[in-house]
Each structure stands twice: as structure tokens, then as C-alpha cells.
Design a protein around this ligand. Structure first.
Ligand code: F6P
Ligand code: MN
Length: 330
């Protein structure tokens, strides 16, 4: 097994970028430790609770956000961060080169039930043109220079790409390092496993409704085979399964609330996960467009997501091409 830094050096990743990634990992190790401690760390539950010393307890997603933000900004290598937990970007060193968008604790409804959660990150460079403030972040997913997640499950794992494939690392608590455990992640092209929140079925648009109906029809249906379903309610955990053994993960637009038809966020959920999925040989789309080609207009903008095994995603996109209807997210 190899350590992280020699592996990245082999790929000619700039040293400052390695430092930014290592800083994220230092924060992740602390988050992993606190999650492992559970209630003992006094960070579960509501932000309104007080612990036995009379201190306000902070929810772990707030704590994680602060840890990551403070550590990244202290490096002086980061121009600004954009976080799911911050309304606006937070500026750092005006001369620095890197921008980091992150979801500090994805799937946070799983925290209080001791389920899997994760930290997702997307790293870009400050654009050459004279963008200021949040406009610096409004780059397509193709501009990412590194992206990945740390999954806090039975073991903590880093899954990352710098554009030369996807590697997986496992946190070895005895040495306090993420050690390389999968050199090259490849998503099988075909699958018989899908992930979607079926409770939203009645709110979906016709193409995704028909696609899932055909999956559920099994051997007797048009697909001619049985499909299994999995749903962790944490994108990190669901996409991790797809990267490990294939599958299709979707969170489509729906009409529950037409002001907010999509759930997942482009900049710190869909884009970094799409980068991993594509680098591992899969596909990632809104159903109509390739996610990483989208031009963002807001740092917190939401997007419909269909990603995973290449042939299965293509099949799903075929339904979107064939069944004409108005889009909820248009
Ligand atoms: O961050 C949003 C998120 O928690 C994802 O991690 C997850 O895939 C999804 O929402 C779960 O949504 P739902 O609550 O509809 O199952
Ligand atoms: Mn999330």
C-alpha cells in the first residue's frame, strides 16, 4: 500500500493543490473521529441543545463546515470557499489560486441514526478573466482540477480524482493516514441495480416514471431482467456503491414544489460526483444535458441527476429523448 502524496506526485499534481487536498483530509480525519465518538462527542442533535457544561451543542454539519472552512482559509492557498452551509462565499487570500466548493456533511439526516455520511469537495482554479466574488465559482464542471469525497461509513474512505482516473484510499486509524486501497476504479457498463427515492414517484415527469416502471417490471417487462433497488439517503454512500460495483443513481426533478424542482446541488454535489463517475468510465447527465457541461449561474443552484453505469444511463436518457413533455426544471 502507498501513501497519498507519492501517488499524487506521480500524476504531476501541483504541490499547492496537494496541500489543499491534504488540508481537507486533516479536517476529514477530525470529522471522522467525531462521528466515531457519536453522542460521546456532544455534537449530535439540535444546535439549540446545551451540553452538561452549559455550552451550546453544535450540529455536526455546522461543526464540519467550520472546521473545513477555517483550515482551508488558514493555508493561504485558497482564494475563497463556497459551502452548502454558507449563504455566500467566504473569501481567503486574494492572491491565492484555488477555489473550493464543498458539502461538509452530505446525507446529514443519517448522523443521528449512525448511518453513512460524507464530505464532498470540488476544487477549481480562479478564472483568468476578471471575475470577482461568487462569479469566480461559476465555472463548468469540466474546469474542476480535483474532486472527490470522504465517506464516513464502517471505515472512512477518500475517493478522489485529479483527472487521471479515480483512486480509493482507506483511513488507517493506527497511522492517521489515508492509504491507497484501489488503484483504478472502473464502473461496470451494465447493471441490475438502481437508486432513487421511490416515494416521489407520483411527482416525477413522464420519462423517469416510465423508465422506473420498466425497471420494476423485471423479467416480464421490456427490460427483460430483474432490477434491485438500494437507497441510503446519502448521495456519497449511494454513489460510492455505484463506483464499487456499478448501478444507476438518480435524483430527478419533480413537481412537489415547482419553485424548487431539483434537490441536489450542482457545484458541490452533482459536479464533483460527475467528475468521479466519468473518470471511472460512467456517465452523468440531467436527463437531457451532460452535467459537467452546464454553465452555473448560482453557487447553490440545484440540478436533476442521473449518473452511473454508462449503458444504463444511456438507456435512461433514451426515455427522456423519446417521451416528449415539459420539464419541471426548465
Ligand atoms: O444532500 C442531499 C441529500 O441528503 C443527498 O445526500 C441524498 O441523496 C438525498 O438528499 C436524500 O434525499 P431524500 O431525503 O429525498 O431521500
Ligand atoms: Mn448533500
Amino acid at each position: 500500500m502507498q501513501r497519498l502524496i507519492p501517488v499524487l506526485n506521480k500524476d504531476h499534481v501541483p504541490l499547492h493543490l496537494i496541500s489543499v487536498i491534504n488540508t481537507l483530509l486533516t479536517a476529514a480525519k477530525e470529522i471522522s473521529h467525531r462521528l466515531h465518538q457519536g453522542s460521546l462527542a456532544g455534537t449530535l442533535g439540535s444546535t439549540l441543545d446545551e451540553n452538561i457544561q452549559g455550552e451550546t451543542q453544535k450540529k455536526l454539519d455546522v461543526v464540519s463546515n467550520q472546521l473545513i472552512k477555517n483550515m482551508l482559509l488558514e493555508t493561504n492557498l485558497v482564494r475563497a470557499v463556497a459551502s452548502e452551509e454558507e449563504d455566500d462565499i467566504v473569501e481567503g487570500n486574494p492572491d491565492a489560486k484555488y477555489l473550493v466548493a464543498y458539502d461538509p456533511l452530505d446525507g446529514s439526516s443519517n448522523i443521528d441514526i449512525n448511518g453513512s455520511v460524507g464530505t464532498i469537495f470540488s476544487i477549481m482554479e480562479v478564472p483568468d478573466h476578471a471575475a470577482e466574488g461568487k462569479d469566480m465559482f461559476l465555472q463548468t464542471g469540466d474546469e474542476q482540477v480535483a474532486a472527490g469525497y470522504i465517506l464516513y461509513g464502517p471505515s472512512s474512505m477518500l475517493v478522489m480524482t485529479t483527472g487521471q482516473g479515480v483512486r480509493m484510499y482507506t483511513l488507517d486509524h493506527s497511522v492517521g493516514e489515508f492509504l491507497l486501497t484501489v488503484e483504478q476504479v472502473t464502473i461496470p457498463k451494465d447493471t441490475q441495480e438502481f437508486a432513487i427515492n421511490m416515494a416521489n414517484d407520483r411527482f416525477w415527469a413522464p420519462p423517469i416514471k416510465k423508465y422506473v416502471k420498466d425497471l420494476l417490471a423485471g423479467e416480464e417487462g421490456p427490460r427483460g431482467k430483474r432490477f434491485n433497488m438500494r437507497w441510503n439517503a446519502a448521495m456519497v454512500a449511494d454513489v460510492h456503491r455505484v463506483l464499487c460495483r456499478g448501478g444507476i443513481f438518480t435524483y430527478p426533478a419533480d413537481c412537489r414544489n415547482l419553485q424548487k424542482p431539483c434537490k441536489l446541488r450542482l457545484m458541490y454535489e452533482a459536479n464533483p460526483m460527475s467528475y468521479l463517475v466519468e473518470q471511472a468510465g460512467g456517465r452523468a447527465s440531467t436527463g437531457y444535458e451532460r452535467i459537467m457541461s452546464l454553465q452555473p449561474t448560482e453557487i447553490h443552484q440545484r440540478v436533476s441527476v442521473v449518473m452511473g453505469s454508462a449503458n444504463e444511463v444511456s438507456t435512461c436518457l433514451g426515455y427522456h429523448e423519446e417521451i416528449k413533455c415539459d420539464r419541471f426544471d426548465a
